[in-house]
Design a protein around this ligand. Structure first.
Ligand SMILES: Nc1ncnc2c1ncn2[C@@H]1O[C@H](COP(=O)(O)OP(=O)(O)OP(=O)(O)O)[C@@H](O)[C@H]1O
Length: 558
């Protein structure tokens, strides 16, 4: 080694230094030259300095190791803890709660959580402060209003609840498979009882309920490849709870339905069913023409009873009969399972037919079985009637759930599917009745006060938003501006009732669906007079489109 030309010395320590230099040189080529240069330039043996640093680092590492061992066998011995892995529903809730409590606010490392918006952030976005309805909406400017969200990074955090110290550890775990959990959190506190942690978890749960009480959670089946690791269901949306009164129905029918569900959901009902040997399940069939409120009522009922909605599409090629059973058995104890348009799910008695369906029975492959060879993957899609009935009735299927099936063609359903015990209550939805139309009209225009009108800084905000206005041709501007500047007028209820009577008088019962009526009213939402004025033209236009077999309405004169 040319670079290692140190003066010979009989001194043992010097030869040890040379040995150390040799070892370092083998890891860091050129180190010998640097050491010699430093020694010659500054007049001290640079190796001593390096060795001392190496000793200190080793000592610190040893101390750190010792401390961690003490902590594990010492501190951890006098602490109780509860562990949560990523799959646990409390995992995100705990992190969100901690973020809300500002735990770790001085942390130097944070983890972005932008795709899990919290209630506060959603409210911030929905608050229209700074937006002027007479200007064009801009999504970028709107979403920029909300600050990005962060949560605690991996590590250890301390926080106090009253006079008790809690420790949260967020840990990364070794990946055991592609989709396996990669992290977990541990909540700890001093003492040999987990009770204080459980109490804290109750507080966190109450906080979560508070956050979500105005929301209805919607779940759908987890995709096949991650189902094993992340559970059968995934939360796909949280929708604002729909007030049951906004679904216009026959009052008696609505009241009976609510009472029936309420009775079923009561905790004591479980014992009532069990003592009589009846499976604790309830099924409803909502049937009627499209756009009459079947799905809306399902969500409104979920909101009313604080239930989550679990939606399954039987046409989903990823869902096999065994998946369906697994999905039904992993439902929570109280929820609504919504199966929309059950008539088009292709549930057939013939067991083999499910194997021959690729699009849920709409396409029949049975005539072509000789010429078409389906792959194994395709064969797993499709659910037979018996497979479906097994899943909903099976012993493993969760009790306490409410099954709601909707259909436009109840007469096409297999009697086995809707026999009492599976479907306990059928609700017929009809095209709009006079009373329904009247109620919809009043609901749409009844508006006590416009909160925006009362805010003083409106001009200021307008000036600010004007800077972002988009340029239009003079021609477009001429039409657009009056439309944008049209104000929402607040009407006296007596006047509205008169207008509602005129509106209803112009439309025949059982002719249009509530969805069609709603659609027209939304078009005229700023002006009920205009709605009354235009209803005849709209009516003719829609009827003409229906007669010609087209759903396309060409345009409504106003
Ligand atoms: N009875 C009703 N009361 C209030 N709004 C209604 C009613 N029926 C329909 N609507 C409105 O019409 C739209 C469509 O309603 P919804 O999806 O509930 O109908 P549906 O019967 O489930 O239709 P489909 O059979 O096509 O699934 C919704 O925006 C809803 O607000």
């Amino acid at each position: 080694m040319d670079g290692l030309c140190f003066p010979r010395s009989s001194n043992n320590s010097t030869s040890l230094m040379h040995l150390a230099t040799g070892i370092i040189e083998s890891f860091i080529p050129g180190y010998g030259d640097v050491a010699r240069y430093m020694t010659e330039t500054f007049g001290f043996d640079f190796n001593i300095f390096v060795s001392a640093a190496a000793h200190i680092v080793t000592l610190l590492a040893a101390l750190r190791f010792l401390w961690s061992q003490c902590r594990i066998f010492g501190l951890d011995y006098i602490m109780s803890s509860i562990h949560f892995d990523e799959r646990d529903e409390m995992f995100t809730t705990i992190l969100n709660w901690l973020a809300e409590q500002n735990v770790g606010k001085s942390a130097t490392k944070l983890k972005a959580a932008s795709n899990q918006p919290r209630q506060k952030q959603i409210e911030e976005l929905e608050d229209d402060d700074g937006f002027d309805a007479s200007e064009l909406f801009h999504a970028g400017r709107w979403s920029a209003k909300s600050i990005p969200l962060y949560e605690l990074f991996f590590g250890r955090y301390r926080f106090w609840r009253g006079c008790r110290l809690f420790i949260l550890e967020r840990q990364r775990r070794e990946k055991v498979a592609r989709y396996a959990d990669e992290e977990n959190i541990v909540l700890k506190t001093l003492g040999w009882s987990t009770e204080p942690i459980k109490e804290l978890l109750k507080t966190i749960k109450i906080w979560e309920l508070e956050q979500e009480k105005s929301k209805t959670m919607v779940w759908s089946p987890q995709s096949k490849d991650v189902r094993r690791y992340q559970g059968a269901w995934r939360r796909v949306a949280s929708r604002p709870t729909r007030n049951i009164n906004t679904v216009v129905l026959d009052a008696q029918q609505r009241a009976e339905l609510i009472a029936d569900m309420n009775e079923y959901l009561q905790p004591r009902s479980y014992r009532w069913y069990a003592s009589r040997g009846i499976p604790y399940r309830r099924g409803y069939l909502f049937h009627g023409p499209p756009g009459t409120g079947k799905s809306s009522l399902s969500f409104a009922l979920a909101g009313l009873f604080g239930l989550d909605v679990y939606i399954i599409s039987l046409l989903d090629p990823q869902i096999t009969e065994s998946d369906l059973s697994a999905l039904f058995s992993s439902l929570p104890q109280r929820c609504i399972v919504l199966l929309e348009d059950i008539d088009s799910a292709g549930l057939e008695r013939d067991q083999g037919s499910s194997k021959n369906k690729k699009d849920g029975g709409k396409r029949d492959y049975s005539e072509h079985t000789e010429s078409i060879t389906l792959t194994d993957e395709e064969l797993t899609g499709g659910i037979s009637l018996s497979g479906f009935l097994n899943a909903i009735d099976g012993v493993a299927s969760q009790e306490g759930r409410i099954l709601v099936m909707t259909t436009n063609f109840p007469e096409q359903l297999d009697p086995a599917l809707i026999r009492p015990g599976r479907i306990d209550n059928q609700i017929a939805f009809t095209l709009a009745k006079k009373d329904q139309m009247r109620e919809m009209f009043l609901q749409l225009y009844w508006n006590e006060t416009d909160p925006l009108e009362t805010k003083p800084s409106r001009e200021l905000r307008s000036a600010r938003t004007n800077n972002h206005a988009r340029p239009f041709s003079a021609e477009t501007d001429k039409y657009l501006r009056p439309l944008l500047q049209q104000k929402q007028v607040t009407y006296d209820i007596n006047e509205l009732e008169k207008l509602a009577d005129q509106f209803v008088g112009a439309i025949k019962e059982d002719t249009f669906s509530p969805a069609e009526i709603q659609n027209f009213l939304i078009l005229k939402r700023k002006d009920p007079h205009q709605a009354v004025q235009d209803v005849d033209a709209w009516k003719c236009e829609v009827l003409k489109a229906k007669e010609s077999g087209s759903n396309v309405v060409t345009g409504i004169e106003s």
